[in-house]
Design a protein around this ligand. Structure first.
Ligand code: NOJ
Ligand code: CA
Length: 560
């Protein structure tokens, strides 16, 4: 008997709306300046009201917090600042009672150097079981073809350890030694940690930094067949004992390489669409659909039980690793005028500031997020248009406390402001007096209300999560137009036409919809009937940055 999860449909993740948050950033219940599980639990009504169906928690495990918790020192407990294991369980149960799923992080490529495994490895003799948990070498000349990821802080993927008298391997910070996946004992430990959380009822796992598990000399040490074999082992262990779970891969790679993380439907159910994300921003700034249609043309088909994970922003920099050098230069100039906005190979800004706080652009990009094939993933605070603080180090500027109201500390915490884990955003445009949940709840025209309505609308149409995509090819390239189509069980079709104007000026467009001649488009936000489609070109005018979602309904039977 497989252990059930909270969802009953095995493909639940195809219809999900995922909301990414950090416990420490959401709500502080005990006034120590750090968000915690009781605080998050008390805010579940807000998330339910927003309409999101799955909460993705950034790492909340014991950790020295030198990489915001991606440096784990114990896989099977909760960091004391965020509460206890029981607090986590109460949160999990409360989420499930609201029919919300919970995704947590499985960070297995590396641990903290404070993990007991690493402390033991350093002092253990070379070749011993304890030492072999990590990747060691007497020379730093091995695996020279592996790129450096954190280019701002690391010079090499090897660091010399004086105690071990050897170099250890790390793809990220030097305080994050990589586990040795050539050692079966490592895989056993990883599976043990995974089962701990799945047994508790956690619905989904995000596999952090998954392309880098195994190293081989003379290769880039990314996407190796041996790494895929580990992922298949993890997936098989899940499928054997657990029902209705989701595994999501974080693989920031080129489209052809990303595809492999689905395997034959036997690796990850979902993979982030990293190649698409920066190209959405490029298309917007160039006022040209080509970057989007081009990358979608290069996006391979995926197995039926699989799904793309779509996002506009997340807790990391807007990564520009997987674009050409020209595209990268363009993105830097277009979206990070101040060098402080850059970190590593990317741009550390939130959605609203990236889009110059332009409400139409924010809505346009969200309309793409919600209507492209895949499952949308929202980053906390972006639903109210939160800003960032480029004067904080690393990626902290986009990890500041959630802005609930205009009280002290934005209603996030009752502590002395100096005690906050990071300062609240306070500038005149994005500061908490201007941008907060309470104010937007009482304003029917707010971004929050708009986002909530759009999520509710999207949930009424399964075609968005499950349907096919085909682009139309109108002469005006400032217009992105596509059809989503889903064949229902009874043989009928759910068909939606999406038209987006990427330009800052009004645009005409003439669409060839002859294949749909006779159908009656209904604008989905207002339920407004549009002229019936005929064999002739279908002409529309779009206001700057506007979009239309039209459901193509079969011809109505006219009374005789
Ligand atoms: C990917 C995570 O998204 C990022 O935040 C982290 O710094 C790296 N993995 C290294 O753990
Ligand atoms: Ca707290």
């Amino acid at each position: 008997m497989k252990k059930p999860a909270s969802a009953t449909d095995p493909l639940w993740y195809k219809d999900a709306i995922i909301y990414e948050l950090h416990v420490r950033a959401f709500a502080d219940s005990n006034g120590d300046g750090i968000g915690d599980f009781p605080g998050l639990l008390a805010r579940l009504d807000y998330l339910q009201d927003l309409g999101v169906t799955c909460i993705w928690l950034l790492p909340f495990f014991p950790s020295p917090l030198r990489d915001d918790g991606y440096d784990i020192s114990n896989y099977v407990d909760v960091h004391p600042s965020y509460g206890t294991l029981n607090d986590f369980k109460s949160f999990l149960d409360a989420a499930h009672q609201r029919n919300m799923q919970v995704m947590i992080e499985l960070v297995i490529n590396h641990t903290s150097d404070q993990h007991p495994w690493f402390k033991a490895a350093r002092v253990a003799p070379p070749g011993s079981a304890a030492r072999e948990m990590y990747v060691w070498s007497t020379t730093d000349q091995l695996y020279k073809d592996a790129r450096i990821i954190f280019t701002d802080s690391e010079k090499s993927n090897w660091t010399w350890d004086e105690t071990a008298k050897a170099y250890y391997w790390h793809r990220f910070f030097s305080h994050q030694p990589d586990l040795n996946f050539d050692n079966p004992a490592v895989i056993e430990e990883v599976l043990k940690a995974m089962r701990f959380w799945l047994d508790m009822g956690v619905d989904a796992l995000r596999l952090d930094a998954i392309p880098y598990l195994v190293e081989r000399d003379g290769t880039s040490c990314e996407n190796l067949p041996e790494t895929h074999a580990v992922i298949r082992t993890i997936r098989a262990a899940i499928d054997a004992d657990y029902a209705n779970r989701l595994v999501l891969a974080e693989a920031n790679q080129w489209p052809a390489d990303v595809r492999h993380y689905f395997g034959d439907g036997d690796e990850c159910h979902m993979v982030f669409h990293f190649p698409l994300m920066p190209r959405i921003y490029m298309a917007l700034r160039q006022e040209d659909r080509l970057p989007i249609t081009d990358i979608m043309a290069q996006t391979p088909a995926i197995p039926d039980n699989c799904q793309w994970g779509l996002f506009l922003r997340n807790h990391d920099e807007l990564t520009l690793e997987m674009v050409t050098a020209d595209e990268r230069d363009y993105m830097y100039i277009a979206y990070s005028t101040n060098p402080r906005m850059r970190v590593n190979v990317g741009i550390r800004r939130r959605l609203a500031p990236l889009l110059d706080n332009n409400r139409r652009r924010i809505e346009l990009l969200n309309s793409l997020l919600l209507s492209f094939p895949g499952t949308p993933i929202l980053y906390y605070g972006d639903e109210i248009g939160m800003g960032d603080n480029i004067f904080l180090g690393d990626r902290n500027g986009i990890r500041t406390p959630m802005q609930w109201n205009s009280d002290r500390n934005a209603g996030f915490s009752k502590c002395d402001p100096a005690q906050l884990y990071l300062p609240i955003v306070m500038d005149p445009i994005y500061g908490y007096q201007a941008i907060n949940v309470e104010a937007q709840l009482s304003d029917q025209s707010s971004l929050l209300h708009w986002t909530r309505n759009m999520i509710a609308l999207r949930k009424l149409f399964q075609v968005f999560g499950r349907g096919t995509l085909s682009f139309l090819n109108p002469a005006n390239r400032k217009i992105l137009a596509y059809l989503r189509d889903l064949k229902r069980g009874d043989g009928s079709h759910e068909t939606v036409l999406c038209v987006a104007n990427l330009s800052r000026f009004a645009q005409p467009v003439s669409l060839d919809l002859a294949d749909h001649s006779g159908t009656e488009p209904v604008e989905m936000l207002g339920y407004v009937p549009f002229p019936t489609i005929t064999e002739a070109s279908y002409v529309l005018s779009l206001a700057p940055y506007s979009f239309l979602w039209l459901e193509l309904q079969p011809p109505s039977v006219k009374p005789a």
